[in-house]
Design a binder for this molecule. Sequence first.
Ligand code: ARG
Ligand code: ZN
Length: 891
Amino acid sequence: PTIHRRDYQAFPYLLPRTQLFFDLDAERTRVHAILEFERVGDAALPLVLNGEQLTLESLLLNGQALTTNDYQLTTETLTLNPDSARFTLEITAFCGPQANTALMGLYVSGNSLFTQCEAEGFRRITWFPDRPDVMSRYTVTLRADKSRYPVLLSNGNLAGTRDLPDGRHEAVWEDPFPKPSYLFALVAGTFDCRETTVQTRSGRSALLQIYSDPGTRPKTAWALECLKRSVAWDETRFGLELDLDRFMIVAARDFNMGAMENKGLNVFNSSYILADPDSATDASYEAIESVIGHEYFHNWTGNRVTCRDWFQLSLKEGLTVFRDQEFSADMMAHGLGPHEAASARAVKRIDDVAMLRVAQFPEDAGPMAHPIRPESYQEIGNFYTATIYEKGAEVIRMMHTLLGEETFQAGIQEYFRRHDGQAVTCDDFVNAMESAWQARQPERNLKVFRHWYEQAGTPLVQVHLNYDAAQQRCTITLSQSNPPVGIERQQQGLHKPALHIPVAIGMLDKQGQTLAVPGADSTTGTVMLELTQTEQSWVFEHVPTAPVLSLLRGFSAPVRIAYEQADAELALLASHDTDPFARWEAGQALAARQLLLLAAQHDAAQPAADITLLKHTWQTLIADASLTPAYLARVLSLPPEKIVMADMLPMNPAAVAQARLQLRQQLGEQLAQEWLHIYHAHQHADAGAYSPDAVSAGRRALKNLALSYLAAAQHPQALTLAQTQYEQSDNLTDRMAGLAALMQWKDPSPGQAALTGFYDSWQGDPLIVDRWFALQASSPATQVQDVRRLMQHPAFTLRTPNRARAVVFQFCQNNLLNVHNPQGYAFWAEQVVTLDAINPEIAARLARAFDNWAQYAPDLRDAVRQALESIRDHAPLSKNVAEIVNKALQL
Ligand code: ARG
Ligand code: ZN
């Protein structure tokens, strides 16, 4: 059953008030709902409520008990035909949190109760119009055993608490803001709490609280700091103030995704809350900051203004990712001088773009390809994708680029002026932006730009350069194409119009000096070309010499560039480009070429490729004192396999993984002196105690990169360095890097010994144990039989998504060397089926591990097809997995 965007119909009833009464119990929770409806639509339309996995006890209409003749009940709906325009419906039903392994609706994690309602989880709590355009004011009464569940939380303000007979107690919560059901939340259990009070811009005071498992309070200081910074940043950069007296975050060990922005009561995967130097890496500190920011920023972009329907998901997600990216960039640049600040921002941009290319570009080229505003879906849980989130953020970023910060912020103000309190569409957002733009520049519009919302696929921009030496004239021609992908290929007569693509470029001479181009920014030499047609040319006069082109600076659009550029030009750009993103890009392109050559030789057994140019380029970069350690760490990292593979047809993932190991070893050997020098220069990233700030983290990243090259090369000093670092460091980043280096050693015994010791020391902390599993599951030494053995470990379980991700996903998604064979694929299919019976949403994610299988080499393709067919033939399959597998097999 496919749902189409064009079929949207408003709900024929309003629901101004919702009262919920919970008698909480892990086995069997009773939910009593009092719903006050008002008909606004056609009287002939019935009232259809969503409800799943519920047991009905009683149903009252205006106080009168209904009998089975008065309503129709299916496994997914409850239908009534009320004869009055205003009526009160009272529903009493039961649900079973303990048996809820899908983790949607009300479920148990540890000894506590949590909810996850987005997108369609509320219908597992009571029958309800479970759609985002039905907004209601909630009053929630929670009752539970006081000793088991001393803390009882829901959205909004605490209106009262009291003790009840039999050791039970009650809390009443009132949310002053009307909200859709997906933003409902409740939490009950025993928690530590860390809190603070902040003054908001208008002088109101608000209580900020972080709840976490008993004993984990020492690990929530960073999270609370991040929350405070988020509150302040949204005021200063976006002019958006906290609208609540109380903002709570609760950490849950079992959670399907990263976190959830329930109004006033965010629920987080504990991996995005808990941090101390022994249990969180630099990357986790950074991720915590970004996810806390993300969920907090949803309070305006998502909650105050929400989505009309789930096709508009990117309205809140793309915009909120853009906001969290900017937040992180501002935090990283904070307190630095201009050069360092620019470098810090470039590092953030590089990391975000790398993630887009690893996760979103392949999605956009495979069976699940969809526009950032999809036209159809079978299961909305499958559409929390890199396209909706990351490409959605790139589309917002392009608007920011075109309009500029000031006009963009005016557009944001206009958006809230028009739509505060409403459930709206992506078009509404673009309209608000366009009106702000036209108020300043009447001749501009977003007419062509809007097509970004309609088409899937990564556009290809071809670049053609013509230099006329006699006239000193340079002509640049850009052309765009975006052939049908995924289900677009089944649409007959599909026309994909040209997009509005901002392409930032610069020109360098053969010595690497910036060429002054008319119309360019005077400091960076950047010119913005706005491509809005299939093909356009730009003519630049007075260009004294044939330029070397620096293209798509700052990654100004989510496209691929096709332009023939010699290795020597890439090396020149890598050494001299003034745009730090483009400079990094050139170095990566050079390394990617090397990897593709090596991967091709893998089959042909040819002599080792010559890496002289790459080596010299890297030496120049290492010697460039103007580069910050964090930036250099990105520049000297080899591109991820999944990015390199995009330029390989047919794809041979294991060959690319092998090539990457090989090149790392070669660079480790040939630059050993440089690596040793870097290692020692940054060995002590902090003067005193560990600090997760971006500058110290950058030094650790660079030092640990050097260590990994030395270990790859089996350098005589590497073993001691790794061992010492592993044993003596005071933080998890360095300890894990030491351990990973030991695991690269040809002789497996030091790595094995360290792994055993690591588990013994840290087995009490589930997040550290996840890392211990993940390190092994993704190791080149881990074959299918080894990962099966890992799953026999007493600490392994498929029921906790974090643990399943640490082992099964790490192996299937990230162990490219060892999963791409018939046994690997069979293992994968088996795990998808097993997980599907436990948690369909997680199973469907795993089912996407080989999305790009149609581009694999023929023997691999046959093996993936067989594995996919074995999943498809398994019954019953969840809607989630069925959609993924059927789409994968249709291509
Ligand atoms: N809105 C949440 C976020 O991006 C994601 C929730 C998705 N949940 C789910 N079960 N699919 O912050
Ligand atoms: Zn979000």
